[in-house]
Design a protein around this ligand. Structure first.
Ligand SMILES: CC(C)(COP(=O)(O)OP(=O)(O)OC[C@H]1O[C@@H](n2cnc3c(N)ncnc32)[C@H](O)[C@@H]1OP(=O)(O)O)[C@@H](O)C(=O)NCCC(=O)NCCS
Length: 243
């Protein structure tokens, strides 16, 4: 899918079955950063202060503040007043019954935020760094059938294939509220470059996989991303948060 990242319309309508994905640049001017910091609650400011590197602290601050601003737009509420609850493995959700589900992912200088109405959603963005040992990660985390497919690919296709697989698996696990500790090998996905994104099996079941959708996303250059939704179909719109 080659989605277009459009400026958002003045009124954001989110109907049942719609998924909106927002692309967000995390590098902001000092003036904007200072303003964004004001949207964080005390716990978020404490968390920001714990980052060792200023760069990471700033990226967390920008991501969390813009998450608040975007959710505030859908809910027509003050972004600074929103309250989050956290799942057993830390997945943030809006407290109370808001009718909105969301998931955020950050990597390097970019973040993606997926927003939908009622179904669990997960998103993962990865900067395509070339200093990771893909074959080690594949051997350690992927399912046997995926390891075989990956190893049979021409070397030139392996980096794209790796990030296709990683983001699709991670998006699924994030939709479920877990991390890679749940087991990336429990979900088998398509990942050969050019092949449509699809979950093939979940815990060996094609039927269970059929209850889910996964989509490949093409955000900023040098990033790969994917979205997973617990629903067999959805309508996707991609918005660019202003830089
Ligand atoms: C949180 C986790 C699910 C994903 O982490 P990640 O890929 O590093 O980071 P992402 O940016 O995609 O996701 C983090 C965001 O997801 C949300 N999140 C946190 N815990 C979550 C969970 N259990 N489930 C879903 N979403 C979660 C938060 O909004 C978080 O943003 P914040 O840190 O600014 O609060 C983590 O447990 C994990 O599995 N990490 C693996 C990281 C890794 O090895 N990457 C190698 C890539 S090649």
């Amino acid at each position: 899918m080659n989605e277009v990242w459009l400026p958002p319309p003045p009124a954001l309508g989110l109907a049942q079955g719609d998924v909106h994905v927002w692309q967000i640049g995390l590098e902001r001017s000092p003036t904007e950063l200072a303003k964004l910091r004001g949207y964080l609650n005390e716990a978020e400011q404490v968390r920001a202060a714990r980052y060792y590197f200023e760069r990471d602290r700033n990226r967390f601050t920008v991501g969390r503040a813009i998450l608040r601003k975007i959710l505030g737009l859908y809910l027509d509420e003050d972004p600074a007043g929103l309250t989050f609850s956290y799942g057993p493995q830390g997945k943030p959700a809006l407290a109370g019954k808001t009718g909105l589900e969301f998931n955020l992912s950050n990597s390097h200088q970019a973040a993606l935020l997926a927003v939908t109405t009622s179904n669990p959603v997960g998103v993962d963005i990865e900067y395509q760094k070339d200093n990771i040992s893909m074959s080690d990660l594949v051997k350690r985390f992927f399912a046997p059938v995926e390891i075989e497919t990956f190893n049979n690919l021409p070397a030139a296709q392996q980096p794209e294939a790796f990030f296709n697989a990683w983001t699709r698996k991670e998006a699924y696990l994030k939709a479920c509220g877990g991390g890679i500790s749940i087991g990336l090998d429990r979900v088998v996905v398509t990942f050969v470059p050019g092949e449509a994104a699809r979950i093939v099996t979940i815990d060996g079941s094609a039927r269970e996989a059929g209850r889910w959708s996964v989509a490949a996303l093409n955000p900023y250059p040098d990033y790969r991303a994917a979205l997973a939704l617990e629903s067999p179909r959805f309508d996707l719109k991609c918005w660019q948060w202003p830089d």
